[in-house]
Design a binder for this molecule. Structure first.
Ligand code: CTP
Length: 399
């Protein structure tokens, strides 16, 4: 589960422990990850490219100049693709290069270019490991957020005994799993997010809609995936692309959203209703285009189902989060909605305020909790706000 669908770049450097990297690659592959191996020149003295190619089913990158004809510059491509970069075994040499930002081969260039989390598993002779320079380099890596898996103690290939052994593959995988889970507080949580506005047809060419673009809901869905959740996004029409790792269903009307949400409800732990659902729809949608005529036209509107109200009534184990876009009396309306819809949280904003409404990248909200507390946040990017909302949910799940 932890590794499923992840792109892991495995850097293998010139240590006798390189043979253990073969088993690491094999275990990660079996756990559902795609493994992209980068070998240094020295690593190839110990194991062959062919071994990793066969085990991973992916080409092995090594020489920066192999594919000068390709548009896809490999060290940048792998750096971008990676969800995680693991260097195992990591020699004193590669650790030193990483500490100083040297990028003189495919692996070190990838390490410098990636924004993915980096994990290094040092393996070397005890004296090399304990040398002040190596220790200083490891401290430098840790200060930059790079995770270091401590080497084990024991008999070393050089005949001495002490600290410097690469831990066994299953230990490295367990450490990796712990690191991934620590960065993924929502691992194993199933979250349903709704986003965008619904549109309600008047005739085959016209509809009633609203100004919602889906940005807030899409930001929440993307951030929830980054934190390890399994995310279903039910979206009204939106030009935004499907966020990576999210399972998206597109709907148009409030009734379609209602059916899609209710069908998924029992199988999720959290519902975040960021969608702007139309409260009313034209009572009848004309089969043919309505032709203009003299004088006024009267539209008769009828009520749509209140999806969140229904979810609140049927609530079992789920955490429910609602949104409220208001133009006045925010506090009063927010508290009323929180209670009436049986919500755990309600995120309320004043859409008449600049930078806090539809179609912008920012939002300015107050977060009301079922326990009566309220927190106001400054104007911030929707992505940052998504993180705050998910922090509240994670705390609520832990409680
Ligand atoms: N909502 C819903 N179904 C509706 C209307 C709203 O699920 N038919 C959800 C929204 O997704 C949002 C919350 O209810 O999370 C509050 O929506 P809002 O439009 O602010 O409130 P309403 O209950 O519709 O009340 P009013 O329009 O009178 O402010």
């Amino acid at each position: 589960m932890t590794f499923a669908g992840k792109n892991i770049v495995l850097g293998v450097t010139g240590s006798i422990a390189a043979y253990k990297a073969v088993e690491i690659a094999s275990r990660l592959k079996k756990a559902g990850a795609s493994i992209h191996v980068i070998m240094t020149r020295e690593a190839k003295e110990f194991v062959t490219e062919l071994t990793f190619r066969e085990i991973t089913g992916c080409p092995v990158a090594s020489n920066m100049w192999d594919k000068v004809h390709a548009y896809n510059v490999e060290h940048i491509a792998l750096a971008k693709l990676a969800d995680l970069v693991l260097v195992a075994p990591a020699t004193a040499n590669v650790i030193a290069k990483l500490a100083c930002g040297i990028a003189d081969d495919m692996l070190t260039a990838t390490l410098l270019a990636t924004r993915a989390p980096i994990v290094v598993a040092p393996a070397m002779n005890t004296n090399m490991y304990e040398n002040r320079i190596t220790q200083r380099n490891l401290t430098e890596l840790k200060s930059r957020g790079i995770q270091v898996i401590e080497p084990a103690s024991g008999q070393l290939a050089c005949g001495t005994s002490g600290k410097g052994r690469l831990p066994e593959p299953h230990e490295i995988i367990a450490a990796l799993e712990g690191l991934i889970c620590a960065g993924m507080p929502l691992a194993g949580t199933r979250i349903l997010v709704t986003a965008g506005g619904t549109i309600e047809p008047l005739d085959p060419v016209r509809y009633l809609g609203n100004r919602s673009t889906g940005r807030m809901g899409y930001a929440i869905a993307a951030e929830a995936v980054r934190r390890g959740a399994a995310v279903t996004l039910i979206s009204g029409p939106s030009v935004l692309p499907e966020p990576a790792g999210v399972s998206r269903t597109m709907v148009e009307t409030a009734r379609e959203m209602h059916d899609a949400v209710l069908a998924a409800y029992n199988d999720v732990d959290v519902v975040i209703k960021a969608a702007a659902v139309a409260d009313y729809r034209p009572k009848t949608a004309a089969k043919n285009k309505i032709k203009k005529q003299d004088g006024e036209i009267t539209l008769v509107l009828t009520r749509n189902p209140d999806i969140l109200l229904e979810l609140g009534e049927k609530k079992q184990h789920q955490i429910l989060v609602g949104f409220a876009a208001e133009t006045q009396n925010i506090e009063r309306y927010a508290r009323e909605k929180l209670q009436k819809k049986n919500l755990d949280f309600l995120v309320a904003n004043d859409v008449s305020e600049k930078g806090a409404g539809f179609g912008v990248e920012t939002n300015h909200v107050k977060l009301f909790s079922a326990d009566g507390s309220v927190q106001e946040y400054p104007l911030m990017q929707k992505q940052e706000l998504a993180g705050i909302i998910l922090d509240h949910i994670a705390a609520c799940l832990e409680a």
